[in-house]
Design a protein around this ligand. Structure first.
Ligand code: 8ID
Ligand code: ZN
Length: 349
């Protein structure tokens, strides 16, 4: 029984706050499914979207959210590979044309016609969300939907970022913003991939948390007197990490990364602080052969692989489940950098 109306968190103007209210349930188009979202992770991107931080407009009013896990309750006439009752997830990349050069190459996040869940189309901070059948993530039925939700953006993104770093088993990677949502999953994926991690974040609580997730060292940016030296000192021979995953929502760490990354290492930009620029010294970049690159979510195969790591029990990053109605408070805690790991909302409350 699909209701006519449902609860949702709706951003009605840039800057927010989101308004908890009843809105109509949409009907799926021919190539779409309607999903009863049970749980959704809350990503810092949702806060950037509400605040209008980026040079890309959101739809407005907007239902945010792009880490939604739930059950298919209706489908369009062209959908023949998904059944009612299947468990699926809505991720950041809601849809793409599947015909352009980027889609053909498996780079669908780069598709010029990409639909962005919770940004250019309504997302998962509602009880019933629409997903394109070609792009929803398949979730095996025995998985806990609350626990798997953060994998749908944070997990896919950091798994892809670690692959883009080129680091191999036995090598060191620095995870900047390691105590946050993406960071806590990055520590777990890195460990599962055989990589050693140096966690960088602020405060003792996040330090203990990062260590509990397997970080070989923790550097506290709020107390370190020489962060570059401390990060290097955490690698054998003080040469610095092979890869750096920049997940912090702050510009400063981007510049530090080019200083401590190992020569011939790779700096991967993932966090997107508002209005930030990345400045790297040309001399060092050349003579130390440093690579700087961006990494943007992941494709459908990255999605499948990231979920498979989770299914195998290799990813257990802590999360806290709270009612969907409390989203404004989650955003306040996030803004203050006070969330350890990921918050997941239960759409039934
Ligand atoms: O595809 C992508 N590239 C992608 C996908 C998903 C998310 C990018 N993102 C972006 C988000 O939009 C956001 O800008 O990644 C960033 C991190 O998202 P998140 O993990 O959801 O945010 P969080 O949970 O708030 O964690 C951020 C952490 O950074 C730490 C904070 O303490 C927090 O733990 N941090 C900050 I702020 N400044 C720091 C610093 N100077 C820092 N850690 C180390 N050094
Ligand atoms: Zn996200």
């Amino acid at each position: 029984e699909i209701p006519q109306e449902q609860w949702a968190q709706v951003v009605e103007k840039t800057g927010g706050p989101p308004v908890y209210k009843k809105i109509p349930v949409q009907k799926p188009g021919p190539d779409e499914v309607l999903i009863n979202i049970k749980y959704s992770g809350v990503c810092h991107t949702d806060l950037h979207a509400m605040n209008g931080d980026w040079p890309l407009d959101t739809k407005m009013p907007l239902v945010g959210g792009h880490e939604g896990a739930g059950v298919v309750v209706a489908k369009g006439s062209l959908v023949d590979n998904i059944e009612l009752g299947d468990h699926v997830g809505i991720k950041w990349l809601g849809g793409s044309c599947l015909n352009c050069e980027f889609c053909m190459e498996g780079d669908e996040p780069l598709c010029p016609h990409a639909l962005l869940s919770g940004y250019t189309v309504d997302g998962t901070f509602q009880q019933y969300a629409i997903g394109k059948a070609a792009h929803v993530a398949r979730i095996p039925k025995d998985l806990d939907l609350a626990a798997v939700a953060p994998v749908l953006c944070a997990g896919i993104t950091v798994y892809k970022g670690l692959k883009e770093s080129g680091a191999r088993a036995g090598q060191y990677v620095a995870i900047v913003g390691a105590g946050g949502g993406l960071g806590s999953l990055a520590l777990q994926y890195a460990k599962a991939m055989g990589l050693h991690t140096i966690a960088i974040d602020g405060g003792a609580a996040k330090g203990e948390f990062c260590k509990s997730l397997g970080a070989s060292a923790y550097v506290d940016f709020t107390t370190s007197k020489d962060l570059v030296a401390d990060v290097r000192a955490a690698t054998p021979g003080n040469v610095g990490p092979r890869g750096v995953l920049l997940l912090a929502v702050s510009e400063g760490p981007f510049h530090q990364a080019t200083e401590y990354v190992r020569s011939h290492g790779v700096v991967v930009c993932i966090g997107m602080p508002a209005g930030a620029y990345f400045k790297a010294p040309v001399f060092d970049t050349v003579v130390r052969m440093i690579t700087v690159k961006g990494s943007y979510v992941g494709n459908r195969l990255d999605t499948l692989e990231a979920i498979e790591f989770f299914r195998l029990g290799l990813i257990k990053a802590p999360f806290e489940v709270v009612p969907l109605s409390t989203l404004p408070e989650i955003f306040e805690k996030m803004e203050a950098g006070k969330i350890v790991g990921r918050m997941v909302v239960d759409t039934s409350k």
